[in-house]
Design a protein around this ligand. Sequence first.
Ligand SMILES: *[C@@H]1O[C@H](CO)[C@@H](O)[C@H](O)[C@H]1NC(C)=O
Ligand SMILES: *[C@@H]1O[C@H](CO)[C@@H](O)[C@H](O)[C@H]1NC(C)=O
Ligand SMILES: *[C@@H]1O[C@H](CO)[C@@H](O)[C@H](O)[C@H]1NC(C)=O
Ligand SMILES: *[C@@H]1O[C@H](CO)[C@@H](O)[C@H](O)[C@H]1NC(C)=O
Ligand SMILES: *[C@@H]1O[C@H](CO)[C@@H](O)[C@H](O)[C@H]1NC(C)=O
Length: 602
Amino acid sequence: SKNLNTVTTTSDVLNRSGSDCFLKDGKPFQYISGSIHYSRVPRSYWKDRLTKMYMSGLNAIQVYIPWNFHESEQGVFEFEGEKDVEYFLNLANQTGLLVILRPGPYICAEWEMGGLPAWLLHNPNIILRSADSDYLQAVSDWMAVLLTKMRPWLYQNGGNIISVQVENEYGSYFACDYNYLRHLRTLFRFFLGEDVFLFTTDGNTDKELICGTLEGLYATIDFGTDTNITTAFKRQRRFEPKGPPGEIYMWVCVLQVNSEFYTGWLDHWGDKHASVETQKVSRMLEDMLSMGASVNMWVKVLTIVFSADLDSRFPGDPTDKLLAIRDVIKNVRRTSSPKFSYGFVTLKKVGNVSGLLDTLCPQGPVQSHHPLTFEEIKHYYGFMLYRTLLPRNIPDPTPLISPMNGIHDRAYVSVNGVYQGVLERDVTLVMNVTGRQGDQLDILVENMGRVNFGNKINDYKGLLGNLILGNDVLTDWLIFPLDLDAVISGGWPQAGGINVPPKPKTKEGRGPAVYSGILKTPGVAWEHLSQNSPGQVWINGVNLGRYWPKRGPQQTLYVPGTLLSPSLPNNITMLELESEPDHLRVLFMDRPQSKGNKGIEK
Ligand SMILES: *[C@@H]1O[C@H](CO)[C@@H](O)[C@H](O)[C@H]1NC(C)=O
Ligand SMILES: *[C@@H]1O[C@H](CO)[C@@H](O)[C@H](O)[C@H]1NC(C)=O
Ligand SMILES: *[C@@H]1O[C@H](CO)[C@@H](O)[C@H](O)[C@H]1NC(C)=O
Ligand SMILES: *[C@@H]1O[C@H](CO)[C@@H](O)[C@H](O)[C@H]1NC(C)=O
Ligand SMILES: *[C@@H]1O[C@H](CO)[C@@H](O)[C@H](O)[C@H]1NC(C)=O
């Protein structure tokens, strides 16, 4: 097997090379890596994307492993199909790409809860990312499974993994718990062997480097185009002190690693579309490479706003930025896949959510005196409908209040099927309702994804406390966990077979409802959603993501061509949350669109 000399501890690497270099197969080695998130790319595109990265001149990729993607239920490990990370590593190896593995347990990655599974929150006192015993136990159980699978893929064992990151930007987290880092170091060495090259990645400040680094884990930094490279690498030098600072200009190969060079950035709902100037990126990359630094470019992923991939127009296609980067790395041709405009498709109403509960929640509701969270019901994602009866007549508009900001994250409220409006975390915690004693109050609560960074990652979902109506605390709830993904991927609703009679346009004609329709022609496209209401869309049973054109910036969702069938009718299903027209129209177009970026991008 091959001999990777970048091993064991920092001092070993430096002693062996004697010249501040990564050595691979005995020779100085510099990696130029790009990030790719297999958990956000359909498996059918893995090979294509890896090939394009290789053709761009990269010799390595960074790969995050989201724990909650593989163990969404405690003790149930999933590594099949879209989750087959070993198959992904195999494709990368066949393509000729080395791998920098980032197995967490916390990965950030703009991913739900930074990759941590929501079931950790069953213990309300758990201190995540610390030496908390419940947390450590869960981490150890997961790593025993994951790292055992990874071991044969290490370079020294004949695979392509050249280095493994421990935790992620731990220095930015409040806990600063060295016992936790020590536990991880022990665990990683136990399962991966003593000769694995382990590293940490932190922001580029003293505080972050102090709390995020540990002896035996090589300290790397991350930054973007607004950073002075010289200053940043000088700081890294102080924590990995081998070699006087002046040398960085002289050595062709120095151990300077920027683990997340931000070539693009993410969008949040309501923000302007984020972009990073192409020229600046390529100039800085050139500077870093000429210093001999190894660099990973943090690019080509989908974002918190689904499918507006980080400042690249078509997921998987070379952008001008990638092409400029490629010029720097010196390389080849443009290779885009064709996009298609199919025009409008009309969707018919299947029914409102309250009226579809038998289908969407076949197991029936959970009864509880007080509201329960998603985590308490072990329904970690999506939607739950909370139902109770009004305790008295309320002829006049009366405030329905969520004290303590307890709506996580949005709640669509109706009384006897009459839509009343939305309550929203941090934004709207009071609304007026009217009704009669015994009327049915339905509150559909949407989980919009758990906080992924900072001190608030213990992010419970649902109604986190009692609701107050006037002077009454509302009690005696029926709670319906909705299994939309499972029901829709199981073939519901039978498209074309439904015809709900149109209703007169009244106030009642609003609120959460499901729609379906058919697209006959196949291929890659963008789906444009012109209505203002937020919602979600599925194609052939696969959840494409959330849309929210009114808040934006994203106005379109990417439709991967491999989802669409060339011969069968393609089934489109939509959950429309705030408006309830008799039918919806969607437009399939050949380019994405986002707000704040001068409409349609050229
Ligand atoms: C990785 O690719 C190399 C070169 O093609 C091959 O020799 C090696 O067996 C592959 N490793 C694994 C684990 O498949
Ligand atoms: C970065 O900082 C160094 C030293 O502080 C300074 O000499 C250099 O001009 C700066 N570079 C840029 C591009 O601002
Ligand atoms: C919701 O659907 C149910 C069942 O189809 C129907 O009885 C009810 O009137 C609908 N509610 C509204 C507000 O449209
Ligand atoms: C609720 O209704 C009262 C009485 O009509 C009104 O004063 C108040 O502004 C309303 N509150 C909201 C949040 O709409
Ligand atoms: C769409 O749904 C119909 C049944 O409603 C099914 O026969 C067909 O196979 C589905 N299309 C695809 C591409 O799965």
